[in-house]
Design a protein around this ligand. Structure first.
Ligand code: F6R
Length: 598
């Protein structure tokens, strides 16, 4: 998410830091900042681009420094919320990637102890903790601070009283150390280091490293030294941006477990799943476009089952021009970018209709977040998505919808607190489930090899997996240019059966929920037309294989959560089919990542 760089050596730090930071621009950001140890500590930061920062930067002397690009999660994009942050004495500077879950508690305590805060961020508490524990030096201060913190982090800190030293710490947020000659580097991602060095070491979770120009020491959380190996990498910058994956889409699908974790972070442990709702409403309407609309439609099933509230989903482009009903449903706008013109138009329309509004988006400070008010937004925290086809952000939207449904269930007493707690706990298992699906990549690739030549594909599902079939078809068509259609399986006999032949692939989602017997019936209907069938079912399903040509098994979860593993499997299937067909995967023809026209 955020971009992090640090340098200690014998050359002027400023140009090296800015140059390295620019290599991380592709990840997206909303503000940038730099701190360099010269005579004292010099800090400069701005909202907006690195180029903006450069316009106002003087030439700073100093051979150690840190720099950061921020992707907002706590506190709006603004200069005051940009990193680095300084302690009260202005000698320690800190940058951070991640989320501190218990920052409010820590902040209250630090304020009581006399610390003064300048931002709305979670990060700032940590620089004040470093100040509080600074007596024995920065490394010890970091180790002590880490014991107070819950959450995820990649921290990089400097202290003007310990010139030449950088201390870094990692938990669930990448940090890479780079070794030079009489100079050392740290960054959140490899592209930032490549111009300077190809000797790198990935810091592991629970490790703290201290860098000086001539040394790098790694210790565990108890301060015991850890011996680690250096690797020489041969990637070019483009390979490095893709993290070694051939396409951003594949990289982003592989980021799904981490994304799920980030979307859940802090929300499950505090049983505060989403913003509190104060309005009165008796139904919910979800409004969105494209893939986000498929999340919305899945949301209908999730809300009705978990929160026991009547829910509809509507396309934003239709909702805007529909006649105004008398009802005032809670209207939830869903948009990855927060900039889709039709979804923004729909949010204005919902407000005109007097509906309470909520938004689910990935971008803090986006037009949608501003439109509905930051307090009414549930952020998906998926990080930047570069591939045009939405993948990890779709999964993050599903997770946000489960959280929102739990919030509603709790406020409306639709479930007992025990039931809510149990469901919330199961959400925490989803990163592992996602890894389970990713573990099937080579199997999925073989299936893609077998079926990549079809020109027509129908995806069928029932209930909560009907929208997943729509999304499976959309993924396939947009990146492989195969004609794909999603259908509610029960609708096959009302028209589409006429199109089925030996040349038509049917992907049938058949999880063992209450729709399973009917789904098997629909599969038999397809069988009778001789179309090849790829079934998608639970790992321990011993029946499905009898009715279909191939089965792609996904880990079993509670049925309500089944859209998560299945949609990840379908994303991989679409990816490998498109790859077999030699398509331009990350930038499909005629499509844009953000659609700001109606
Ligand atoms: C498809 C895809 C699009 C978007 C749609 C809405 O893979 O990404 O269908 O879902 O353009 O975009 P957002 O979610 O930004 O409103």
């Amino acid at each position: 998410m955020c971009g992090i760089v640090g340098y200690t050596g014998y050359r002027r730090a400023q140009p090296i830091l800015l140059d390295s930071l620019k290599k991380l621009e592709y990840r997206g950001y909303d503000s940038a900042g730099i701190a360099v140890c010269g005579e004292g500590l010099e800090l400069h930061k701005t909202k907006g681009e690195i180029a903006e920062l450069e316009k106002t930067l003087p030439e700073i002397e100093g051979v150690v420094g840190i720099a950061h690009t921020r992707w907002a999660t706590h506190g709006k994009p603004s200069q005051k919320n940009a990193h680095p942050f300084l302690d009260c004495k202005k000698s320690i500077a800190l940058i951070h990637n991640g989320i501190i879950e218990n920052y409010l508690e820590i902040k209250e305590k630090l304020i009581e102890e006399g610390h003064e805060f300048t931002s709305d961020t979670d990060t700032e508490v940590v620089v004040h903790l470093l100040e509080k524990y600074s007596e024995d030096g920065l490394e010890k201060a970091m180790l002590k601070a880490l014991h107070d913190i819950e959450g995820s982090y990649g921290f990089v800190a400097i202290n003007s009283k310990e010139k030449g030293t950088i201390v870094v710490a990692r938990k669930e947020s990448p940090l890479i150390l780079g070794k030079g000659n009489d100079e050392n580097f740290v960054a959140s991602d490899i592209p930032a280091l490549l111009k300077e060095t190809n000797k790198i070491m990935q810091l592991h979770d629970g490790e703290v490293a201290t860098l000086t120009p001539k040394s790098i020491k790694v210790v565990d959380l108890d301060g015991n030294e850890v011996k680690r190996e250096w690797k020489t990498i041969t990637w070019n910058v483009e390979d490095a941006e893709k993290g070694g994956f051939e396409h951003f889409m594949l990289k982003e699908i592989y980021e799904t477990p981490e994304t799920i974790h980030n979307t859940l972070l802090g929300r499950v442990s505090e049983l505060q799943f989403a913003p509190t709702l104060h309005n009165d409403f008796s139904s919910v309407k979800m409004v969105a476009c494209g893939t986000s609309y498929h999340a919305a439609l899945t949301g209908k099933y999730i809300f009705e089952e978990i929160a026991n509230i009547s829910t509809t989903a509507e396309l934003a482009s239709e909702y805007r021009y529909s006649s105004r009903a008398r009802e005032r449903p809670l209207t939830i706008l869903i948009s990855q970018s927060g900039e889709t013109a039709d979804t923004l138009g729909a949010s204005r329309e919902a407000k005109l209709r007097g509906c309470p509004v909520w938004a689910i988006t990935n971008y803090m400070g986006s037009s949608l977040a501003r439109e509905v008010g930051e307090r009414n937004v549930l952020y998906t925290r998926a990080g930047i998505e570069i591939g045009v086809a939405a993948t990890k952000t779709f999964t993050a939207q599903l997770i946000a919808l489960y959280l929102a449904a739990l919030q509603l269930a709790s406020q409306r007493h639709a479930k007992t607190s025990d039931q809510i707690r149990r469901m919330a706990e199961e959400l925490r298992t989803l990163p592992r489930v996602a890894w389970g699906v990713l573990g099937k990549a080579s199997e999925i690739r073989s299936l893609a090899k077998k079926y990549h030549k079809v020109e027509d594909a129908y995806f069928i599902g029932r209930g909560r997996n009907y929208p997943v079939s729509l999304e499976g078809a959309l993924k396939l068509k947009e990146i492989s240019y195969i004609h794909g259609e999603g259908y509610a399986a029960g609708e096959l006999k009302h028209g589409p059966l006429a199109l089925l032949s030996e040349e038509t692939l049917v992907v049938a989602i058949a999880v063992q929920d209450h729709t399973y017997p009917k789904m098997l019936g629909n599969i038999r209907e397809v069988n009778a037309r001789s179309s090849p069938i790829l079934g998608i079912g639970y790992e321990d399903d011993e029946e499905l294989h009898r009715y279909v040509d191939d089965v792609l098994y996904v880990p079993r979860v509670s049925n309500i959560l089944s859209p998560v593993p299945i949609s990840i499997a379908l994303q991989l299937f679409a990816y490998y089919v498109a790859k077999e067909r030699g398509c331009e995967i990350d930038k499909p023809r005629h499509l844009a990542k953000t659609v700001t026209v109606e």
